[in-house]
Design a protein around this ligand. Structure first.
Ligand SMILES: [Fe+2]
Ligand SMILES: [Fe+2]
Length: 401
């Protein structure tokens, strides 16, 4: 497989994967033979910059085309991620196990509240800041104690309540990322509210378009792309919402290279909060299961985002985001140098590369081990790779935090 710039694609090449969030292009299946010029134009117009092609299934590129193989791309992404290691991981004030029960309660309540708030919007009622901010404050308290607890719960969604739970997740991510960037006080609350309300415009998009399992027509894709402006209108009409909330709602699909929507803003014209919104939004979207796509594991998602970073995200914000969720996020399955598999159960205050890991499986003996928690900062063992749980079929109890 080769990663090539979109400009070098020709009809007859087999596209294995499009580099970018699947919210940003209308091709629901990411692997297909490029058969028409029109599809090529759609790809370019969607702001896709790079794609993976499989030369065994279609035409190859000429020798002078700039291309990268999987190992080169992997190394680039890893070095971008490990560049964050000198910076402090999130400040986890209480252990994960202690926070998770409270977080479960807050998450359930937030889901109910967001669902009714959004359904009222769908029926034409105005949104009020009073409805959103107490919720943001509660989510913030949990995130401030231990952001991993709520962030882990926020990943679990089912297809029907995606938009509501995505809103809660992006709220929690904005609060955790904002804190990592040194934002505090009222501004942090506005960033959280912005996360909670960024997709409110989706309430105006018909379900059959929003959840369509097949490829979107140009008209349907344009309908989806209207959600930031529709949301912005709803928030404006509601009145009393802070400019940060309005800005993130309208601009969370803008990209710093100018290829986003609705306004195609670029560089400094995309505000700090909108840039934060983009990173949090993409991460939650690609780690969630949708009607047309299974979600990626956090370790995989963060590596994919590192691959897309230069055209999609602000580097400083991306680095802060990696520090927020981890290089090996809590809940990730990892392979250790000692040929054991383990689950990351907590980040370590010293470094993102040395989390606490519960080892439970020996690859050498191919059998389960008595679970034991290792502190990798002691040097006793090292993570050598992120593992995908699908390969292993371990019972859920083994992977539970
Ligand atoms: Fe959106
Ligand atoms: Fe979103």
């Amino acid at each position: 497989m080769k990663k090539i710039p979109v400009g070098h694609l020709t009809v007859g090449m087999f596209i294995q994967e499009i580099c970018g969030s699947w919210m940003d292009h209308p091709f629901w299946k990411t692997s297909f033979l490029l058969t028409s010029d029109q599809d090529y134009q759609t790809l370019v117009q969607s702001g896709v910059h790079e794609v993976w092609i499989d030369p065994d299934k279609g035409l190859d590129v000429s020798q002078d085309t700039p291309s990268l193989d999987a190992e080169q791309v992997r190394q680039q992404a890893e070095s971008l991620l490990t560049a964050t290691q000198q910076l402090a991981p999130p400040d986890l004030r209480v252990p994960f196990r202690e926070e998770i029960e409270r977080a479960r309660f807050i998450h359930a309540r937030a889901k109910t509240a967001v669902t009714s708030m959004f359904q009222e919007v769908r029926m034409g009622q105005a949104l009020t800041a009073d409805a959103a901010y107490p919720l943001v404050a509660e989510i913030h308290q949990s995130v401030a104690r231990n952001s991993d607890a709520l962030l882990n719960l926020a990943r679990l969604k089912n297809k029907n309540d995606y938009t509501y739970l995505h809103s809660v997740a992006v709220c929690a991510l904005m609060l955790a990322l904002g804190k990592q960037l040194g934002i505090s006080g009222d501004e942090l609350m506005h960033a959280g509210a912005a996360g909670l309300l960024h997709d409110v415009g989706k309430m105006m998009i018909p379900d059959e378009v929003l959840n369509k399992p097949g490829r979107l027509t140009d008209a349907e894709f344009n309908t989806i792309k209207s959600h930031p402006s529709l949301g912005h209108e709803i928030l404006l009409k509601s009145g009393g919402l802070h400019p940060i909330v309005l800005d993130v709602c309208l601009h969370h699909h803008e990209k710093i290279d100018g290829s986003g929507y609705p306004e195609g803003l670029s560089g400094q014209d995309v505000s700090l909060y909108a840039r934060m919104g983009t990173v949090c939004d993409v991460y939650d979207a690609i780690t969630s299961e949708r009607c047309y796509k299974t979600g990626w594991e956090p370790t995989m998602a963060i590596r994919k985002m590192a691959e897309w970073q230069s055209s999609h995200f602000d580097l400083r914000i991306f680095h802060a985001f990696v520090r927020t969720v981890g290089i090996y996020p809590t809940g990730a399955l990892v392979k250790l140098k000692s040929e054991r598999l383990g689950l990351v159960v907590e980040q370590h205050p010293a470094s993102l590369l040395t989390p606490y890991v519960r080892v439970f499986f020996s690859l050498r003996k191919n059998c389960h081990l008595e679970p034991k928690i290792l502190d990798l900062s002691t040097g006793e063992d090292t993570v050598i790779a992120a593992e995908t749980p699908e390969r292993w079929n371990f019972p859920a109890s083994v992977l539970a935090l």
